[in-house]
Design a protein around this ligand. Structure first.
Ligand SMILES: NC(=O)c1ccc[n+]([C@@H]2O[C@H](COP(=O)([O-])OP(=O)(O)OC[C@H]3O[C@@H](n4cnc5c(N)ncnc54)[C@H](OP(=O)(O)O)[C@@H]3O)[C@@H](O)[C@H]2O)c1
Length: 270
């Protein structure tokens, strides 16, 4: 995709799933990739794969727990020390927790708030001066179709993603005409490690449901390709998969009291 030719992309959550796929799809065009996550071995394996395939590509890895605010600042200092000027920020890292809120582990709830909300907001805030300095730049925030509905059994996750979509839309308006675009990617179910992570220990029989919405599934390759195409076209948001996009458009026309009743009635299957 020509839009990304010569870009320097920073991808959070690059050790698996959509993040690793963003790196793979950007690698043929990018000048540099900065890959961030906690799992060092995964990041190094991806760096070796991409450096081998694209000898002209500079691949940096940085092990970071995004839940740690001090560590986030240290990472931004490191970028400046290295002279790395990011012009494409992909705020992709995130996690879910499936099950009733009342029985959730507080550490898991806090991790969702810290990673899905605080880290995404903090990195965007800290890197905006750099993005402005780069001339034309883009931010892609990975939200979710869950951002459009309050979801029982995914109450905090859906709320964090509602934040991501709302924040992305408002920031996009603020940054209009500055050369920095903002896009929210709102996937439905995609087969990654997300569902394993979101399933609580001992709750495997009642797992987070990748399998429940087969018509709405897309592959990681499709979700990422649609996200990148939306950035290239300067779209505000994208819902990968034509069926899911149509379903969300129809749901937006349904009075909310009916949406609430449908979600209440189907909560055992969410
Ligand atoms: N899969 C889906 O169905 C789906 C649907 C809608 C939206 N999404 C969103 O898509 C994004 C990517 O998820 P995925 O599906 O690719 O899931 P995934 O395979 O579980 O990847 C999640 C990534 O986030 C990173 N991460 C989690 N906690 C972190 C922390 N404290 N510090 C640094 N990195 C952290 C993980 O890296 P480490 O564990 O190595 O740190 C991993 O690279 C998420 O924002 C998710 O909410 C996914």
């Amino acid at each position: 995709m020509k839009f990304f030719a010569g870009c320097t992309a920073l991808i959070t959550g690059a050790s698996s799933g959509l993040g690793a796929e963003f790196a793979r799809q950007l690698a043929p065009q990018a000048q540099s990739l900065v890959l961030v996550a906690r799992r060092h071995d995964r990041l190094e394996a991806l760096r070796a794969e991409l450096s081998g395939a694209y000898p002209g590509l500079a691949v940096f890895t940085y092990v970071l727990d995004l839940a740690d605010a001090e560590a986030r600042l240290g990472f931004v200092r490191w970028l400046n020390e290295q002279g790395i000027v990011v012009d494409f920020l992909v705020n992709n890292a995130g996690l879910g927790d499936h099950g009733p809120f009342e029985s959730s582990e507080w550490d898991r709830v806090r991790a969702m708030l810290d990673v899905n909300v605080a880290a995404l907001t903090h990195l965007t805030h800290a890197l905006l001066p750099m993005l402005h300095g780069a001339g034309r730049a883009a931010i892609l925030n990975v939200s979710s179709v869950a951002s459009f509905f309050p979801l029982p059994n995914l109450a905090v996750y859906a709320a964090t993603k509602a934040y991501v979509t709302s924040f992305s839309e408002a920031l996009r308006m603020e940054l209009r005409d500055t050369g920095v675009s903002v896009t929210a990617l709102c996937p439905g179910p995609v087969h990654t490690e997300f569902f394993d992570v979101a399933t609580r220990p001992g709750d495997e029989g009642n797992a987070a449901h990748y399998e429940t919405m087969p018509a709405f599934r897309v592959t990681p390759e499709e979700a990422v390709a649609e996200g990148l195409a939306a950035v290239a076209r300067d779209r505000a948001r994208v819902i990968p998969g034509p069926l899911l996009a149509a379903a969300v458009a129809v749901a937006a026309l349904v009075p909310f009291f009916l949406v609430r009743q449908i979600l209440q009635a189907s909560r055992a299957r969410i």
